[in-house]
Design a protein around this ligand. Structure first.
Ligand code: TA6
Length: 306
């Protein structure tokens, strides 16, 4: 193992947290450092930047997560796709319009603090050091961790610990981009009868009838504690099952054409190949964590043929 070569950090990471073929750290072609995880033929890739899950390929299947062909690591922008971590606020900051959308942890390199591999899965634990500009304020208030378990499913858990003597109030999301064959051939089921905030219609509260289909931009926050939502991809004959806990909101989003063009990082026709079903606490839900307490929001993702 070199101790001063260009790969010194990588060697140290693999020496400290690598788990043979089950978990290794490599330089990604996207330009940053990633963990490659495997378990019984399933694979996952996690970027240290942002604690960002980029890929989840179940054994024998295709990638369940979508990442823009224009995505790059190591820039000031979060990767478009995968599972961005939105914390300690979702979407726009409640009072500061100059603050970055979806909080400030998506672009900072997270630290590896734990790993493991056994007969039930391969594990990676990351901790967010907070960006320089926020550390003075936040380091004594909260500790933020992410636990990724690749087993029969992909489990991702965002863990917030309140280190302060005051209640800690946050909104948050695991902003998952799912890979689909074509947005016209997809239905998101599991919200029938639920109320939702329509962000494209003055935040009016509406009621979902049946499954969600897409013929234009959709941006909705479902008041949703149902544990299971499905993305049914008729053309790919694949069902993506999204189970969750510690989350009272689900965001369903597709930017469609005009917003994709404004965003500029979706790639040609990218909106047709993705749908976001986000495990969150946002909209009318604010999580209040008592002093010394911990809050865990977890999503468990699997796929099966239809
Ligand atoms: O979760 C949906 C949403 O809030 C959309 O309104 C859109 O802004 C999307 O998130 C992506 O946000 P980003 O900051 O990653 O471009």
């Amino acid at each position: 193992m070199t101790n001063d070569g260009p790969n010194a950090e990588l060697d140290l990471l693999n020496a400290g947290f690598g788990c043979g073929e089950r978990l290794r750290f490599v330089d990604s072609p996207l330009g940053g450092r990633v963990a490659e995880m495997s378990f019984h033929g399933a694979r996952a890739i996690v970027a240290l930047q942002g604690g960002h899950v980029l890929s989840y390929v179940p054994a024998g299947g295709g990638d369940v997560l979508w990442v823009s062909p224009l995505a790059r690591l190591g820039t000031s922008k979060a990767v478009r796709g995968g599972i961005p971590v939105c914390w300690p606020w979702f979407a726009q900051h409640p009072t500061d319009p100059s603050a970055p959308a979806h909080g400030f942890v998506r672009t900072v390199p997270w630290d590896v603090v734990g790993s493991g591999a056994n007969e039930t899965g391969t594990r990676l634990r990351l901790s967010c050091p907070f960006p320089e500009a926020e550390r003075a304020r936040w380091a004594s208030i909260a500790d933020l961790g992410l636990e990724i378990v690749l087993g029969e499913q992909l489990g991702v858990t965002l863990v917030t610990r309140n280190l302060s003597a005051q209640p800690l109030k946050i909104t948050e999301a695991l902003h998952s981009y799912f890979a689909i064959s074509d947005i016209a051939d997809v239905e998101v089921s599991g919200h029938d009868g639920q109320g939702y905030i329509d962000k494209l219609d003055g935040n009016r509260v509406k009621r979902q009838e049946g499954g969600i289909r897409f013929a234009g931009e959709v941006d909705r926050i479902y008041a949703d504690t149902s544990p299971a939502v499905q993305v049914i991809d008729e053309r790919a004959r694949r069902r993506i099952l999204i189970m969750k806990s510690g989350s009272a909101s689900t965001v369903v989003w597709n930017p469609w054409i005009a917003k994709s063009e404004r965003m500029g990082d979706m790639g040609p026709g990218g909106y047709r190949r993705m749908v976001c079903v986000e495990t969150a606490n946002c909209g009318d839900t604010v999580v209040a964590i008592a002093p010394g307490d911990m809050h865990r929001m977890r999503v468990e993702i699997s796929a099966s043929p239809v």
